[in-house]
Design a protein around this ligand. Structure first.
Ligand SMILES: [Zn+2]
Length: 332
């Protein structure tokens, strides 16, 4: 047991140890510390601990620096490759520019080559040149350049189809790419947890825009009364599955079962609904051979769903009873 005086001395030495360790104390203090260390094992182990901590800190700093430098070097290298690829793409572009100028009165098909190369560059050069949010930038760049290419071809061929293809391209790329790119979109705090909901709303709006664009383009008389209800029912089915997956908080097996039951009923019934919308009679529906297959497939899926629901209920009851038993055994 240390007496008061030696404890005070140890405290004083501990205050001096960091300076001693960094070699920035006076000569007098250094001798004082060393004299004390010879006779005090506690302060010696404190000095050893200090040395270890310093070493670990230095190691962490150096590791961070090396990794940071490596990342910077990689970024620089990728950017250089991007620039070189962009440079290489300029060669066919210049050749086409000259050919188009020589062969015609002015530039026409050159713009198609230009926009095609922009589409190519958007998926090769662009990801290498942007420093972060690569998926989001690539998706935006690819969509924009593809729309520009379609617009150029539409003008070149005097077409009237641009809006139809534009909506299809936006819908298709949104469905395929937006779930990945959405993570990189900066959103206000309240919406940050609702990205999947926003993606669903965005896709639904573009789907209905496509249905409308097809209606205007084909100008069919019966189009709207058929296309709108069928699209509404199919979209509602997709929304129901989404809501079930995202918002219903039950055992995962029950959730999977609910989705399977719903998908089964949808598979079994959708064809009948479409026949009804098309104004066909029940006899026509029953005469078409495929309804029996849809019914069988639908029933199998729904049956599997019911089994999953039963399993889920059993599992959650079991975990509930075991947790209540353990809480009775260890009342806190
Ligand atoms: Zn001491």
């Amino acid at each position: 047991m240390k007496n008061n005086e030696s404890q005070n001395r140890c405290d004083m030495i501990r205050d001096l140890l960091p300076l001693y360790q960094d070699n920035v104390c006076s000569e007098g203090s250094r001798v004082f510390v060393e004299d004390h260390l010879k006779s005090c094992p506690d302060c010696r182990s404190e000095l050893a601990r200090l040395k270890n901590t310093c070493f670990e800190d230095r190691l962490t700093d150096e590791t961070k620096e090396v990794l940071g430098n490596h990342a910077k070097m990689e970024k620089r290298r990728t950017a250089t490759v991007g620039m070189i690829t962009a440079g290489v793409l300029m060669i066919p572009l210049i050749i086409c520019l000259i050919c188009n100028l020589v062969s015609g009165d002015g530039l026409d098909w050159f713009y198609i080559v230009l926009t095609s190369l922009m589409v190519f560059a958007s998926i090769t050069v662009l990801p290498m040149l942007v420093p972060r949010k690569k998926i989001l930038w690539t998706l935006c760049g690819f969509t924009a350049s593809l729309l520009l290419l379609l617009f150029t071809i539409n003008v070149y061929t005097h077409g009237t189809w641009f809006y139809l293809t534009a909506v299809s391209v936006i819908l298709g790329l949104s469905v395929a790419g937006l779930p990945f790119a959405a993570r990189q979109i900066p959103l206000p705090a309240g919406l940050r947890n609702q990205k999947s909901l926003l993606v669903m709303i965005w896709d639904t709006l573009w789907l209905f825009a496509l249905i409308a664009a097809c209606g205007f383009y084909t100008n069919g008389t019966d189009y709207w009364s058929v296309a709108v209800p069928i699209t509404l029912v199919c979209t509602a089915a997709a929304w129901l599955i989404f809501i079930c997956l995202r918002y219903i908080r039950v055992h995962p097996l029950i959730r999977a079962g609910m989705i399977a039951v719903f998908t089964g009923c949808f598979t079994a019934g959708i064809n009948f609904f479409i026949y009804w919308i098309l104004g066909e009679s029940v006899q026509t529906y029953l005469l078409a051979q495929d309804w029996i297959y849809n019914l069988i497939i639908g029933m199998v899926i729904a049956g599997a769903g019911l089994i999953l629901i039963a399993l889920g209920i059993w599992r959650s009851l079991k975990s509930h009873s075991s947790s209540s038993t353990s809480s009775k055994a260890n009342p806190s």
